[in-house]
Design a protein around this ligand. Structure first.
Ligand SMILES: Cc1ncc(COP(=O)(O)O)c(C=O)c1O
Length: 359
């Protein structure tokens, strides 16, 4: 029996999207490929309402490649990395592993990064790049990226803002023109509701120009090279063409549903799940900063989350335990991609039955 995924990625992929991957292959230097890839970037441009100075690209990689791309192609002298969870920490460590000086703003897991914290550091004038995780999948915290972007664009026009929106983009609000970010990216196994293996990134010309000034960009991590090939609707290296077929189809469905409706649907699932969680347990994130794609719930029952997971799996659904040090202390429900409220309600009811929660 297939067990449906309500984890913070990978999420469920519909059969019609899975089927797209069985199309015959084409050569990635052929006209047919440029047509396919050109359609994808055009649809991404429309969906994310990209202004003329912001361009999409799709890499054959999971999203972590973009930590390396920022490290190798964007950070010139010194980065400021905002860390409030496991993925933001990995972003920071990757910049350091790329040999770049990186200072870290660290706040307790469960708390959000506030614009004032960044402003205080940027006043020193030491940083050319800021990294933030939009939606910390480890804690269910949604950082205020619009406010952070506004601050950086107003006071620090030369600072590049790179945002990991891996578990939020295509669910939550992520229009670069509204945020004022230079790079925002997400892998496809989350809200895009595709298999893993591709990452969508939206990049400003300013970031591409920055990349041209940064030496030792490597090959797979060379942002300037990626956008040289974009001019021909190609990728520098052999892409996962089968997955690109699936992305092309998924973007049709996303455009049909519309950006705003997708956001409202995710918000509706989150609002319901958060209310349910507050009734039976407590939420882990700081109030006002709860994710709309993954709800991280404090396990106030003292019962075994692992046991709940096993019993729920027997009924056909998979949820996540807490991440790392939060295992058993919290559990996480991912409500993203093609999930609808009716499906979420069904699973929450099953949890009530398994844990014999009172109504
Ligand atoms: C917020 C966040 N950032 C980064 C990653 C890493 O993405 P990937 O596994 O696609 O490399 C994840 C994966 O779960 C994530 O949730």
């Amino acid at each position: 029996m297939h067990k449906k995924l309500l984890i913070p990625g990978p999420t469920e992929v519909s059969p019609r999207i899975l089927r797209e991957q069985t199309r015959p292959l084409i050569g990635h230097r052929e006209k047919a490929f440029s047509e396919l890839y050109g359609q994808i970037t055009e649809k991404l441009t429309r969906f994310f309402e990209l202004p003329a100075d912001c361009k999409p690209t799709v890499t054959t990689s999971s999203a972590t490649l973009w930590f390396d791309i920022v490290g190798r192609s964007i950070v010139k002298e010194k980065a400021l990395a905002c860390v409030n969870g496991a993925f933001a920490e990995r972003f920071a460590k990757t910049l350091q592993a790329c040999g770049k000086k990186t200072d870290i703003i660290e706040v307790e897991w469960g708390k959000a990064i506030k614009p004032e914290m960044i402003a205080e550091k940027l006043e020193t004038g030491e940083y050319d790049t800021v990294t933030v995780c939009h939606n910390e999948s480890s804690t269910g915290v949604r950082n205020p990226i619009h406010e952070i972007g506004k601050l950086i664009r107003r006071d620090y026009p030369d600072v590049i803002l790179a945002i990991d929106s891996v578990s939020a983009m295509a669910g939550d609000k992520t229009l670069p023109k509204e945020i004022g970010c230079d790079i925002i990216f997400a892998s496809t196994q989350k809200c895009f509701a595709l298999p893993p293996g591709l990452t969508v990134s939206l990049v400003t010309d300013r970031a591409i120009e920055r990349a041209k000034q940064v030496p030792n960009r490597g090959s797979y991590t060379d942002l300037a090279e990626i956008f040289e090939y974009e001019k021909k609707h190609q990728t520098p290296f052999t892409p996962n063409i089968s997955l690109l077929y699936a992305l092309n189809k998924r973007l049709d469905l996303m455009l049909e549903e519309t950006y705003e409706h997708i956001y409202q649907r995710h918000k509706q699932m989150a609002t319901y799940t958060q209310k349910w969680a507050k009734k039976h347990f407590a939420l882990f994130p700081e109030p006002g900063y709860e994710s709309i794609t993954v709800t991280c719930i404090k396990n106030t029952t003292g019962k075994s989350v692992q046991d709940l997971k096993t019993k729920l799996a027997e009924k056909g659904y998979i949820i996540s335990n807490g991440y790392g040090k939060l295992a058993e202390k919290t559990f996480r429900i991912g409500h993203m991609g093609e999930w609808r409220l009716s499906g979420i309600k069904k699973v929450l009811k099953l949890i009530e039955e398994i844990w014999e929660l009172k109504n």
